[in-house]
Design a binder for this molecule. Structure first.
Ligand SMILES: Nc1nc2c(c(=O)[nH]1)N[C@H]1C(S)=C(S)[C@@H](COP(=O)(O)O)O[C@H]1N2
Ligand SMILES: [Mo]
Length: 513
């Protein structure tokens, strides 16, 4: 029976590729746990399959496996992967390098799927590429040794017996399993908190802020007035994102207070969270930069929380501290006046994303994030500016950070080519908690022209603006400046972000065809 004997002779190659692929897959999971937790190749492929599976298949899986449906899917993917690996080994044995090519192609598919997931980061393709690279290199190496064999006439150390190849494949499987177990241990905290977050139901807000339809000009390329959560900038010092379970979360309010207070998650819910819209921006934002976004925040006024603790008369600052040690120094005044300074638990209708501070963060209109927007917040120390300082103050940033008046051109993009004729210039302008009353645009050295302002949501948010432009061919410089609600015109004097925020006019060059 020739076919059977062919199969037997193919077996070591198949086993070698299965071992190599198990090693690659395990290392891919480990790399994911270390650098891109949401891009575990298995989770990414599984998530992609769930997204494209028709409803009947999902229902069938749930009725067959119940709550074990996801585990069953992952086992299914593993079995399929190893079967493909075995086939790739046979292919590599007969037609090198096609087995390697198949394994490499699987990695490319994984990397592409990882990049198309909504939570994809820059590093999301890395785990799949590492997995496929290791799998195909180890397959090529093992099958290469097998091919030479101990009696191939080459030096003994260049070939391997089938028995050695099988033993090495077994070691590869064990090493892959060990790496996968390591990644599982590393990511278990994150999985648990993600699951808690996914199951969390937020309370209905007691009050909400209206977003008037006229706040959104709906111009192509203009930043939407509410920033989609997935596009919201992220800035923090956390190498590993803190994983805080709401059930374990507490906020201690202490220092210069008459009554020390400890709040738990349920206490926050009892304080009747409200929803407001606020723009958050980073002091590091350059003129024209993108470290700014606007969201609907659900939370409890800090004013009410601080009132329970009753700060003493000498206090002038609140040092908020996150679970990972970051601190921000906010003026007590800004947290207790009539503005919507929040202990936020929701962002755009969902629990805070873990990287945006789950379960609780601060949001304070009018202040840059580094002196106010503490994520994963667990402590409010009521103190004085002459007694304590926030994380960035000794590192060259100002102890107070009121947001400066700024405006940005979104349309057209810098360096864009624009058709001659009717065109539009549009952007956003802000000075949170002060508000914007106008924006002016200058083209080349022409007169400053007033832009049309969209409806403002409130003084705490940015506002969109636009100006119709009859574009004439050639190269043009376009610049903008905002006028604040209190009558100030945005300064053209350039200042770098440090120590308290960039100033100057946003300006760009446009080529009109
Ligand atoms: N725990 C913690 N909170 C933090 C920071 C940080 O480094 N650690 N960075 C602050 C800074 S500098 C900014 S601009 C905002 C950014 O919030 P975001 O990542 O949700 O956009 O978070 C603030 N809160
Ligand atoms: Mo920031």
């Amino acid at each position: 029976m020739p076919s059977a004997s062919v199969r037997t002779r193919d077996l070591p190659a198949a086993v070698a590729a299965v071992g190599a692929t198990a090693l690659g897959a395990g290392l891919g999971e480990l790399v994911a746990a270390l650098v891109a937790p949401t891009a575990s190749p298995f989770a990414v492929i599984g998530g992609g399959m769930i997204d494209i599976a028709p409803a009947w298949a999902k229902n069938l899986a749930i009725s067959l496996f119940g709550t074990g449906d996801k585990a069953a899917l992952l086992v299914g993917i593993a079995v399929l992967l190893l079967a493909v690996a075995g086939a790739a080994g046979v292919l590599e044995w007969h037609r090198p390098p096609w087995g390697r090519v198949v394994l490499g192609a699987l990695g490319v598919v994984g990397a592409i799927v990882a990049l198309t997931r909504s939570d994809a980061g820059m590093l999301s393709p890395v785990p799949s590429i590492v997995a496929a690279g290791v799998a195909s290199a180890a397959t090529a190496w093992l099958i290469g040794r097998l091919r030479r064999g101990p009696r191939s006439g080459l030096a003994a150390d260049e070939g391997l017996t089938r028995r050695s190849v099988l033993a090495l494949s077994g070691i590869a499987v064990a090493a892959g399993a060990l790496a996968a177990a390591g990644s599982f241990a590393l990511s278990s905290g994150a999985r648990a908190v993600s699951a808690v977050r996914a199951a969390l139901r937020l309370p209905t807000p007691t009050t909400t802020t209206d977003v008037p339809a006229a706040a959104e000009l709906g111009i192509d390329g203009l930043s939407p007035v509410i920033t989609p959560t997935a596009d919201f900038y992220r800035i923090d010092t956390a190498l590993v994102v803190p994983q805080v379970d709401p059930a374990d979360w507490t906020l201690r309010v202490h220092g210069l207070v008459e009554q020390e207070v400890v709040l738990r998650w349920d206490d926050l819910l009892d304080l009747a969270p409200k929803e407001t819209v606020a723009t958050l921006t980073c002091v590091s934002n350059e003129v024209g930069g993108s470290l700014i976004g606007t969201a609907r925040w659900l939370g409890v006024p800090l004013r009410e929380v601080l009132a329970r603790a009753r700060p003493t008369a000498e206090a002038d600052m609140v040092l908020s501290r996150s679970i990972d040690g970051f601190t921000a120094s906010s003026p007590l005044e800004a947290l207790t006046d009539d503005r919507d300074a929040l202990l936020a638990i929701g962002m755009n209708g969902e629990p805070l994303p873990i990287e945006h501070g789950f379960p609780v963060r601060m949001v304070v209109p009018g202040l840059y994030g580094y002196v106010s927007a503490t994520k994963w917040v667990t402590e409010l120390e009521v103190t004085r500016y002459d007694r304590a300082e926030g994380y960035w103050t000794p590192r060259g940033w100002s102890e107070r950070g009121p947001v400066k008046l700024q405006s940005r051109i979104d349309v057209p993009r810098a360096g864009a080519r624009v058709e001659a004729g009717a065109a539009v210039i549009a952007g956003v302008a802000w000075q949170t908690h002060v508000g914007v009353s106008g924006v002016e645009v200058q083209i080349d050295d022409g007169a400053w022209q007033p832009a049309t302002l969209a409806a403002a949501i409130s003084a705490d948010t940015w506002v969109q603006w636009s100006l119709a432009w009859e574009a004439t061919s050639g190269s043009h410089t376009v610049r903008c400046r905002a006028i604040s609600a209190d009558g100030q015109t945005q300064t053209d004097a350039p200042a770098p972000p440090a120590p308290d925020g960039a100033t100057g006019w946003h300006e760009l060059t446009v080529t009109v065809a």
